[in-house]
Design a protein around this ligand. Structure first.
Ligand code: ADP
Ligand code: ZN
Length: 742
């Protein structure tokens, strides 16, 4: 039987149906830690249906989870109000939410909120008016009208609802209506939530190299298997991983299934969308924080109804209601931004594997420098492994060299070594590009008063404020708070005695400008761009040769292609090596290799130079010698010996409160009542004040729990913290496999 027919038969088996008035159990998005019983609404409903249900005086969103529990007085049970216009939630997604909730020790209601993050799901289906950019030369221009045009230009080609556009531009709706009359904005009627255009799996296939062809064939073979599998696609930067996994996406589309590609950074989306369009003829659905609200609802609904074949998105795209998920690609799978650090604390890479294993789908983890977890799983055969060994075309990997900073005699306010300076000068003379990399945003990490010796700190956090000179502000990188750069010291009030200490990307740019006054500089740091679009424009212009020296933070380490770039200078290769962080060395290794990989992606060979004070450090040594396997083996041994991930389990408990003593007392109580953990042989460390003991005015106490790989840690944790009742503003968060140790 052909596969298409098989799938069709599977999906025909309808979910259970509940007749009007029958008892149903409903999960709502409200913070109650239980399911609620209702009577099925007028016309009945399917299991999994999205409903509107009364809760107290309000109407809230819910999902039918199964038959009612029946342990209430049936006469008092209320009826669900109505069934919403959305495909019922499939069992696969329910099971995923349940398992993800158990794994992250999160209430189900929070998981449902993650899975319904689209506005207006309860709105009836209907037509709506949308607004697009018209002839911008029409009508008289005012400041308000210019803002409307700017917003529309920023989301080129996008359509907005009236309220979206007026909110985003900060103008009244009458301004927009006036522009419609003038012709500078067009008004159209469309059905809400139209399906996405069909993709053509065979539209723009590239001719692959032999290496790429066999990698793609291997991935397509896995796609054709009917069971779940995860594959590590490992290949140096520029080897064509993206081209290769797009072939797996094509195979997924041919099978009539949906694919999801997760990217670590919205800034990479624009370039990726262009590649998808070139490959499949149309643009895919997008899901990330830069997507308009109307579009979010459309994507959510269309994913559920099969009207979207490919979703490109951020972490939370994992929680969309796919109708038949076939493939999840996690690009740059080692990227730490896959770990969600707010709200529900989950790792999107791990959750992708979980969801695929439930859905019987495939996962491709693509990286030049895989995480240790993935590397171990591929090494032990739990994951498949497909490798690309050569760069595409004439590009070759850059040579790697260390610059021993102990031999340099730079003044204390300069960071570009004489060696690097000479190399840059040569690139400028030859019309080639250089990249200076420093992983620090802003101008200077510390502002010191020369009169009293105090450093300027954040009022609400135990953190120093970072000067951002372009914005003329001091910014807290913990809480985001900022204030204008003062002229007098806030401590001793001395005038004009504040001095910047240490370099950030802006200060490095200043040094480069002084050293090379003729050169054209481009500074790439996430906080210097108002929108993804302006960042994309900057990147395109650099790629077209619009800069001689690029000065950037880790934003430049990811994905961008600068063919004329032949020199990478890493200003402080040691920066990530300090710190109590479990993954500090792994991250440095990955970041340095990735940054180095930016050089020599075109016709000309590249070189990467690492300024370091410890050239013999094992991590620096491994980077310089390209000894990946040696590095991973050493790192794996260290983690195995310490019993930490991926060879053991770790969980962090963070207790925070505006009352320091209250937070600490709860920590002590937990440490003294660790029965549930002792029973499974897990150890508790702490409580101790967190390294950043105060953020946003809240005091933070941490405990760390360590357990064997095979113990049921989550269940024990849930039992352990169950006794803690939230008093006042005290909060307790459980972070399974923490990435941040602050
Ligand atoms: P990676 O994802 O491994 O860094 P990419 O897929 O981005 O590599 O490929 C690097 C560059 O080489 C891209 O510009 C890509 O379009 C190009 N490229 C790779 N393989 C091919 C191919 N077979 N044909 C044409 N261009 C290719
Ligand atoms: Zn702060």
């Amino acid at each position: 039987m052909p596969i298409e027919t098989l799938k069709a038969i599977e999906t025909v088996s309808d979910p259970e149906f509940f007749h009007e008035g029958q008892l149903i159990s409903v999960l709502t998005t409200q913070p109650l830690d239980r399911f609620l019983d209702y009577k099925a609404p007028d016309g009945g409903c399917f299991n999994g249906a999205f409903l509107e249900v009364p809760l107290g005086p309000r109407k809230v969103l819910g999902v039918v989870w199964g038959p009612g529990q029946g342990n209430f007085d049936i006469a008092k049970i209320r009826s669900a109000t109505r069934v919403l216009d959305a495909a019922p939630m499939r069992d696969e997604l329910k099971l995923f939410l349940k398992k993800a909730a158990d794994y992250t020790v999160t209430p189900m209601t929070s998981m449902l909120r993650l899975a319904t993050r689209a506005p207006g799901l309860s709105n009836p289906p209907s037509m709506q008016k949308i607004y697009r950019i018209g002839d911008v030369d029409m009508g008289r221009m005012t400041k308000a009208r210019e803002r409307v045009i700017a917003v529309m230009e920023d989301f080129a080609g996008a359509a907005f609802t009236l309220s979206e556009l007026s909110k985003m531009a900060g103008v009244s709706t009458s301004v927009i209506k006036g522009m419609v009359d003038a012709g500078s904005v067009h008004e159209e009627e469309t059905p809400r939530d139209a399906p996405f255009l069909r993709m053509d799996a065979d539209y723009g296939a590239k001719t692959l190299t032999d290496d790429q062809t066999s990698a793609a064939a291997q991935l397509c073979d896995y796609m054709r298997q009917d069971h779940y599998s995860t594959t590590l696609l490992r290949g140096i930067t520029g080897s064509g991983k993206t081209e290769v996994y797009l072939e797996a996406v094509a195979e997924c589309l041919r099978r009539g299934q949906q694919a999801l590609v997760l990217l670590p950074e919205i800034a990479l989306t624009a370039e990726f969308l262009t590649r998808v369009e070139a490959r499949f003829g149309v643009r895919p659905a997008e899901w990330h924080s830069g997507v308009t609200m109307t579009e979010r609802r459309r994507v959510w609904k269309m994913v559920g109804q099969g009207g979207a074949q490919l979703v490109v998105g951020a972490r939370s795209a994992l929680f969309l209601p796919y109708q038949s998920l076939g493939l999840i690609v996690v690009d740059e799978e080692h990227d730490t931004s896959y770990k969600q650090e707010d709200g529900v604390l989950y790792n999107a890479r791990d959750m992708a594997v979980l969801r695929a294993s439930i859905a019987g789908a495939k996962v491709i983890l693509a990286s030049a420098t895989p995480s240790l977890e993935t590397w171990v799983n591929a090494d032990t055969g739990k994951y498949n492994k497909v490798e690309l060994t050569a760069r595409y075309g004439k590009a070759v990997l850059p040579a790697l060299k260390a610059i021993d900073m102990r031999a340099e005699t730079l003044p204390s306010d300069r960071w570009i070594s004489s060696v690097l300076q000479t190399e840059i000068a040569r690139r400028i003379a030859d019309g080639e590009q250089s990249l200076l990399f420093i992983n620090r945003r802003g101008y200077a990490p510390v502002t010191l008063c020369r009169a009293c010796g105090q450093q300027i700190g954040c009022d609400a956090c135990d953190a120093r404020l970072v000067e951002h000179r372009f914005q003329k502000r001091l910014v807290c990188h913990q809480c985001g708070d900022s204030k204008p750069m003062p002229e007098a010291c806030p401590h001793c009030e001395a005038q004009d005695r504040l001095a910047p200490v240490g370099p950030g990307v802006e200060r490095l740019a200043e040094e480069a400008a002084a050293l090379f006054p003729e050169a054209r500089l481009a500074v790439l740091s996430s906080d210097l761009f108002g929108s993804a679009r302006s960042l994309k424009e900057a990147i395109n212009s650099i790629a077209d040769g619009g800069a001689d020296i690029i000065i950037g933070t880790q934003l430049v380490a990811k994905g961008h292609n600068f063919p004329n770039l032949t020199l990478v200078g890493v200003i402080d290769a040691d920066l990530g090596l300090q710190g109590s962080d479990l993954r500090a060395s792994e991250r440095t290794f990955q970041l340095m290799r990735q940054v180095a990989g930016r050089a020599g992606r075109g016709e000309k060979a590249g070189v990467a130079m690492l300024q370091t004070y410890q050239p013999e450090h094992p991590v620096i040594h491994a980077i310089l010698h390209g000894d990946e396997v040696g590095y991973w083996n050493a790192e794996a041994e260290g983690r195995r010996a310490a019993g930490v991930p991926p060879f053991g389990q770790l969980a962090a408990i963070i207790i925070s409160s505006s009352d320091a003593a209250a937070a600490h007392d709860v920590g002590l109580f937990l440490a003294q009542n660790d029965g549930p953990l002792r029973r499974i042989g897990a150890q508790v460390y702490g409580p101790a004040p967190a390294p950043i003991a105060r953020i946003r005015g809240r005091y933070r106490t941490r405990l760390l729990v360590k357990g064997d790989k095979t113990t049921a840690l989550q269940a024990a944790l849930a039992e352990w913290v169950h006794k803690i009742k939230a008093k006042g503003d005290l909060r307790l968060a459980i972070d399974i496999d923490p990435y941040s140790f602050l």
